[in-house]
Design a protein around this ligand. Structure first.
Ligand SMILES: [Zn+2]
Length: 188
């Protein structure tokens, strides 16, 4: 019996990294999101940063969510989304948000030299606008929750093949249906 237990444990230890491979390497950070939030509470004091969008330099404001820097409006959207997810028992954690130009350069060079993940040209990563978030998908249900609900909070998947990469676009406007309202007024 004891041997069996040891075998099962040994099996799990060996199997864990193999199972992990089925997920993206990028999502397998080895951190427990619950610990990270306890250790890195949000800091909502806006700070000035230089961002980029489509090669154009922008002045942006970022706040800190967990350990990631995130553009302010994006952070608002994310916090609302995170609350809704938490109410459904799903914890959302950003492991990569805003990237500085320097950081993007390093990532790009690493990729070009053949030892880093694929990275966009400096100035052209949507992470440089502060509006792109890589969200941890390592626990069951997170990906499904996002696919079902993220658009209500203004988040869209924008990179095919990267289910963890979500970008903030303005939340959808409430359908005001102007023509109808006018007609109703005319009637009344
Ligand atoms: Zn990303």
């Amino acid at each position: 019996m004891r041997h069996l237990t040891i075998l099962i444990i040994a099996g799990l230890v060996v199997a864990a990294p193999i199972v992990g491979l089925a997920d993206s390497v990028e999502t397998d950070t080895g951190y427990d999101p619950y610990d990270v939030y306890a250790e890195y509470p949000d800091d909502l004091t806006p700070r000035d940063e230089i961002g980029y969008r489509k090669g154009e330099r922008l002045e942006i404001k970022v706040v800190r969510i967990g350990w990631a820097d995130v553009e302010v409006k994006t952070a608002e959207g994310f916090r609302a989304m995170r609350d809704a997810a938490a109410a459904d028992g799903v914890l959302l954690w950003i492991y990569s948000g805003f990237r500085s130009h320097e950081r993007q350069k390093l990532l790009y060079e690493a990729w070009r030299e053949g030892w880093g993940n694929k990275a966009a040209r400096p100035g052209h990563s949507n992470h440089q606008s502060g509006r792109a978030l890589d969200i941890y998908l390592g626990d069951p249900g997170i990906r499904e929750w996002l696919e079902k609900n993220a658009k209500k909070f203004g988040f869209k998947r924008t990179v095919p093949g990267e289910p963890w990469h979500w970008e903030y676009t303005k939340p959808p406007k409430k359908k005001a249906k102007k023509p109808k309202a006018k007609r109703a007024r005319a009637k009344g």
